[in-house]
Design a protein around this ligand. Structure first.
Ligand code: G3H
Ligand code: ZN
Length: 286
């Protein structure tokens, strides 16, 4: 069923696992991720960035596609459709109107008071519709779609500010930027685990780890043990899909039927997602 993230994340936090957010880029992603979740009996979050939503034909198209696939696949596991890095109140409202079950308001580029004010407004609307909300403080580095944060602007969240934002907004989960990066890492990731522990103790709500691609398993496990109940992955699926499609086209240079290369690409995404669900411990938790 299509549900908000609230319950699945609280269960994850309580039982020591994380639910993966896997981003959609086109239909094959929706198919691969829903198939993986059902096979693994895992709850799942389908992340939709504003750019990917636009590419797929708009938020309403995304919701219709996901709902139709869930019906076709007879999906039994909990599924959330989540706006990833929502850039404004209006974009969050549009997603809610289109039928998203969850939204992220990313006002992390604004001063704390403004971030809190916008997040409050989003929470008020979202909760009226049973939709869950994620907020962010600090700044995740790297690039995702149009969201580009230079190294110098990337910032670790400050625990006391995190406590204030969570208490004053009543968000359902919270992403403190603590050194994770969108896209591939340059060298080893350097996550601020001490601060993560502090934020966990001060906020006591499920935490979100962005930039899940390229984080070693030991760091994933440590983040989960410190309250991270949602881990976002996008680039890793894109890399495995692109690699597979390159292989197929290199082996069959005359191939032009999209199903013959997009299909194997889809299977590669599915395998990657299954691996993540096992690593995050969400398999067999639905
Ligand atoms: O919001 C989405 C993620 O944080 C994805 O990060 O592309 O580095 O896996 P990633
Ligand atoms: Zn992110």
């Amino acid at each position: 069923p299509l549900v908000s993230m609230k319950e699945m994340l609280e269960k994850g936090k309580e039982n020591g696992y994380a639910v993966g957010q896997f981003n959609l880029n086109n239909m094959e992603y929706a198919q691969a991720i829903l198939q993986a979740a059902e096979e693994e009996k895992s709850p799942v979050i389908l992340g939709v960035s504003e750019g990917a939503g636009k590419y797929m034909g708009g938020f309403k198209v995304v919701v219709a596609l996901v709902k139709a696939l869930m019906e076709e696949y007879e999906t039994t596991v909990p599924v959330a459709i989540h706006l990833d890095h929502g850039s404004s109140f209006d974009k969050c409202a549009l997603a809610i109107q289109a039928g998203f079950s969850s939204v992220m308001i990313d006002a992390s580029s604004l001063p704390l008071d403004e971030n809190i004010a916008i997040t409050q407004k989003v929470v008020e609307l979202a909760h009226l519709h049973g939709v869950s909300v994620e907020a962010e403080l600090g700044r995740v580095g790297g690039q995702e779609d149009d969201l580009i944060v230079e190294d110098a602007e990337a910032a670790y969240a400050i625990p006391s500010e995190c406590e204030r934002l969570v208490k004053e907004t009543n968000v359902d989960c919270f992403a403190p930027a603590l050194g994770s990066v969108h896209g591939p890492y340059k060298g080893e990731p350097n996550l601020g685990f001490d601060r993560m522990e502090e934020v966990m103790n001060l906020t006591n709500i499920p935490l979100v780890l962005h930039g899940g691609t390229g984080i070693p398993t030991k760091d994933i496990k440590r983040a989960i043990s410190l309250g991270s109940a949602k881990i976002n992955v996008n680039t890793e699926n894109q890399l495995s899909q692109a690699k597979k499609i390159r292989e197929v086209l290199a082996e069959q240079p005359d191939q032009y039927d999209p199903r013959k290369y997009m299909g194997p690409g889809r299977d590669a995404i599915k395998e990657t997602v299954i691996g993540k669900m096992r690593e995050f411990g969400s398999s067999n938790q639905a």
